[in-house]
Design a protein around this ligand. Structure first.
Ligand code: NDP
Ligand code: GDR
Length: 324
């Protein structure tokens, strides 16, 4: 019998890559498509990866606790991956309460449903490096202090600690991956890497005359989503649940990341970049860099794709999309 996995947030970037990985491992994959997927094709990203017809999509909402309970009971999943969230930090500043609900209470609803209906299932929670906030640690590992600096980060910290509480209090096999930024051609265009690769491609093709960005001095630790979903799966395969930082260990400014994309297309960044103060956030995390030593030691995980390789892959994909 193949193992059955439920992925919430399957319509998102990580959901698509995780579905692809699990199918490759012989799983039966069921994906929960969230409320906003009614406004567009739920399987758009799955189709891009060529796996849309292999994933069973069910419509649902993490805020609908009774329906979640019924779903978990009916599916009896072996593994549950909670990737659903309102995942934009910038948007969480515009709609703090609404956007933090699904990220916090939604995760609690799912943990409760798993506890009641599938307590032996292995559970993965998508925690975030945003919980570290303005850190005085050079490279954040699992023991670094947490100082969330946005409604999104506060909500993610709640769901992180709920995961720990259900593990310790109810004995669930519940792990949390504290993932640093990870990107891909499937990244939504409102995140900075994809905004940059799409913007550079548009400029190259004569479809745009500038790229407007906010704080280009912010530094992030960027990896490839395909690598990061492998870490999620490795966590659920361990005998004991735990928390892991997943990162590359390298931090780069937004400006330097832009230079990679523009340089690849033979464009000079300074000819096209416009700094727009309206795109700054009320407060910023200036620098994040993760220390993935524990994941390397215990999971045998490390990043395999460099920032340069990933940005070039994203630029190529955006050039192809726009040319089509
Ligand atoms: P995406 O925004 O691409 O995907 C999140 C998905 O959550 C969306 O497709 C959305 O589905 C779904 N969703 C939103 N609200 C609900 C709801 N009420 N009920 C059910 N589903 C809902 O995020 P990523 O794939 O990039 O990230 C996956 C997870 O990992 C998120 O939790 C994110 O916060 C977290 N994370 C991401 C990092 C990154 O760098 N990518 C780093 C650290 C953590 P729909 O559109 O169908 O409604
Ligand atoms: P982040 O990703 O907030 O780190 O959250 P994002 O790509 O939005 O921002 C990264 C950095 O770039 C700066 N920036 C801009 N960002 C956007 N989106 N648009 C701009 O025009 C722009 N100009 C500069 C930002 O200020 C920031 O410093 C992502 C999400 O995937 C979260 O869900 C996840 O938890 C974290 O990564 C880890």
């Amino acid at each position: 019998m193949p193992k059955r996995a439920l992925i919430t947030g399957v319509t998102g970037q990580d959901g698509a890559y995780l579905a692809q990985l699990l199918l490759g491992e012989g799983y039966e994959v069921v994906g929960l498509a969230g409320p906003s997927s009614q406004e567009r094709l739920a399987d758009e990203r799955l189709a891009w990866l060529g796996i849309a017809d292999q994933v069973r999509i069910v419509a649902g909402d993490l805020m609908d606790a009774p329906a979640l309970g019924r779903l978990i009971e009916a599916l009896a999943p072996d593994e549950v991956y909670n990737l659903a969230a309102q995942s934009s930090v910038a948007a969480s500043w515009r709609q703090p309460r609404a956007s933090s609900q699904v990220t916090s209470v939604g995760a609690a609803n799912l943990l409760e449903a798993v506890k009641l209906a599938a307590p032996a299932a292995r559970f993965y929670q998508a925690s975030s490096s945003e919980i570290f906030g303005r850190s005085d640690v050079d490279a954040q590992d699992e023991t670094a202090p947490v100082r969330p600096r946005s409604p999104y980060a506060a909500a993610k910290l709640f769901s992180h600690w709920m995961t720990v509480a259900y593990r310790e209090g109810f004995g669930l096999h519940a792990s949390a991956g504290i993932l640093f930024n990870h990107e891909s051609p499937l990244r939504a265009p409102h995140f900075v890497t994809r905004k940059v690769t799409d913007g550079a491609a548009r400029i190259k093709l004569g479809l745009a005359g500038e790229l407007r960005l906010g704080n280009v001095d912010a530094r992030r630790d960027w990896g490839h989503a395909r690598d990061y979903v492998r870490a999620m799966w490795l966590m659920t395969q361990q005998d004991a649940p735990d928390d892991y930082v997943i990162a590359t260990g390298r931090t780069t400014t937004v400006r330097a990341m832009c230079e990679i994309a523009f340089g690849y297309l033979g464009l000079k960044l300074e000819d096209w970049l416009v700094i727009d103060p309206a795109l700054w956030r009320p407060v910023e995390i200036e620098v994040l860099r993760g220390d993935p030593a524990k994941a390397a030691r215990q999971l045998g995980w490390s990043a395999t794709v460099t920032l340069e390789q990933m940005i070039r892959e994203m630029v190529d994909a955006d050039m192809a999309r726009l040319a089509a």
